[in-house]
Structure formats: structure tokens, C-alpha cells
Design a protein around this ligand. Sequence first.
Ligand code: XUL
Ligand code: CO
Length: 434
Amino acid sequence: MSSFFDGIPAVRYAGPDSGETFVYRHYNPDEVVLGKRLEDHLRFAIAYWHSFAWPGGDPFGGQTFERPWFGDTMDHARLKADVAFEMFGLLGVPYFCFHDADVRPEGESFAENQRNLDAMVDYFAGKMEQTGTKLLWGTANLFSHRRFMAGAATNPDPDVFAWSAATIKSCMDATHKLGGENYVLWGGREGYETLLNTDLSRESEQAGRMLAKVVDYKHRIGFKGTILIEPKPQEPTKHQYDYDVATVYGFLKRFGLENEVKVNIEQGHAILAGHSFEHELALAASLGIFGSIDMNRNDYQSGWDTDQFPNSVPEIALAYYEVLKAGGFTTGGTNFDAKLRRQSLDPEDLILGHAGAMDVCARGLKAAAAMLEDGTLEEMRQTRYAKWDSPEAKTMLASDDLATIHARVEASDLRPSPVSGKQERLENLVNRFV
Ligand code: XUL
Ligand code: CO
């Protein structure tokens, strides 16, 4: 045991009226909602990078956090893992997620990186065995080191493509070995700063070839998890190629990978793309590519990716409504890709950031389940399209050509009569649940 969280009790469910600090008021993992335990619905995961690797810097200042595991040796990496698994246990969170660079020191060569990662994977395997914590997803950090400044797969230099492909292989192997349920690709610097030096055709072809190699390798090693792309429209580059769900779907279709790859949708990225979170979720579900979520919000006034813990029940309820309508998570889950504010220095801040977020998600999911069970919203949506159930409407959609439709409309004196969309009534309905 490290001493980092000394004095902080394990966070357990105490009910909505509890006045205690280190408790869940809404997240009772064993509560059954729509026939399933809350823990199995939500499938919470903690992001290793923000909680344990991020030093608290911003563009105007460096490190604010002082952590005993900050340093570039294997001893530091092992201490970091000890504290991380202690936190997973204190919170009762079933999953975690990591990049290679979060968990191992940076070596002098690729081979040293590989050795460091292998050693940490063995260390994790022991901890996972002892504690029962599982891996939701693994991924490769192909954006922090300066070698990736012009992209990874989309780099003008094939040496960087090679380094990236080799790194992805290491991270897929690590994920597979640890029983990970998904493998994520976020296109960190896959995009451009200026079109003046960018060949779009080449770069998207390179991204497509890399993704095809990832899918090929997944099958080769028998990885049963899901490959997920995480869309984001900009930051760090001016324009990121995986802009949003629609853009990713077009890319997957172009390379024939739409049945192989799904999406990990992040709330803050959806907002940056000018969409709502529920829009991105509903679209992914309708395209058959919904996979998992990163549940972290942006500050709505800042205009960039602030990766804050979620705290709005009404917003989250609408998001989980889409998740539940899509059938819930299969391999995916709710990953908190969220970091503390840089003034939140204390160990307890890490615990309370996650505990509060888990409570907000539990409330949101329960509200979404109640809306689904009530059924009025879905009934009203269906009623709105009821005329499409007629045989004439079905034939028109399926087979009538424009000339046939024209002849029918001209002969029938058809006069479409507008019908209320009832938006205010629907908003009032939702407000009864959130
Ligand atoms: C960056 C982001 C990443 C991915 C994993 O905005 O969300 O941390 O979740 O690489
Ligand atoms: Co993310």
C-alpha cells in the first residue's frame, strides 16, 4: 500500500439523503434498472493519463501537481500503478484505460519502450488479478512526442508511419494480453495546421491503410474486442480528419471497414464539432457504429477541450437515453476522460471528482430508463411517422419512380396539412424525469 490516499475511506453507496462527503448518493452498483445492475449498465472506467500522468500544466504555466510517482524510472511507473489501483479500489470502479506513454517511462529507443511496456503489462496483470479491475480499452499515444508533430499515420515521413504502426502493434498486444474489451484510435495529430503544406489525398490514403492494418492484425492475433475510432474536430491540429461521427462513417465506408470499426464518442468532442452529445450518439446508433463513450464535458464558454468531470443530470439523461435505446453497451462503457482543474491539488480531489461524476451518471441513466419505461416519448415519436405505415406510402418509398408519384399527386388533388411538432410538450415531458 502507498500512503497517497491515507485517511480517505472507500466510497460506498449511502443513499440520496446522506450528508457524508465520501459516499455515493445515486450510484448503487447492485441496483437493478431495466433488468440489469447499474454497474453493468454504466461500465465505468478511469483514464490513467489525466489522473496519474498529467502534471496540471496549461499554455501559460507548467506543473501544479506534486505526485511522488512523477519521474522517468520504472520505480516511478510501478508506484504510479500502485496508487492507480488503490484509487480504482477506493472508488469501486470496474475498469481503467491507458496509453503506452502513460504507464511506462520513455526509452532511448523503440526497443527500450517495448521492454518498459512489457514490464508494466506484467505488473498490471498481477494487479488486475489481485483486485479484479479490468481493462476497458488500451490505446497508443501517437501525439505527445515531437516525432509525431506532423502526424502519425498521416505523417509526410514514412519513418514516422513505421514507428506509429510498430507502436500500435505493441499497444494492441498489451491490450489483448490484459483482456481489454476494446482498442481505441484517437487521431491525435492526424490533421493539418495549414493546407499550404498538406497533401490531403495522400494523408487520408495513409490513414486508411493504417486502419486496414490494425483490423488485419486484430484478426491475426484473435483479439475479440472492438476497434474504436474517437472523433474530434480540432485541437491539437486546426483540422482533425476524424471530425465527427458522420465524417468517420464516410471514411470507414471509403475503406470498406464500416463493419469492423465503431466509434468512441466523447461529450466534449461532440460539442467542439458543433453537435450535441446525444446527436452524435443517435447518429452512431442509426449507422450501426456505436461503441463506447468518453464522459467528460467542456466548459461551454471556453471553446476548447477542457476535459471536465460531467455535472449536468439533464444533459447526461439525454445521452444515456440514446445509449439505452441503442441497446446499451456491449464491449463499450463510460470512460471518464476527465481531469481535475489545476488548482485541485489534493488526493481527495481525485476521489471526489470521480465519485461526483459517477453519481451524476447514475442519476442520468436512471432518468433515461424511467423515460423509456414511461414510453410516452417513443410513442409520440412513432405517432409522428404513423402515416408511413400505409401500403401506399411504403410502395412509394420502395419502388415508385418520380413520374409515377407525379401522376398520382397531379390526379389526386393532394393537399398536405401541416401537423404540430409538439416540441414544448416533449420538453415538458422530459423535464418530469430529470
Ligand atoms: C483527446 C482524447 C484522448 C483519447 C485517447 O482529446 O480524448 O485522450 O480519449 O487518446
Ligand atoms: Co477522449
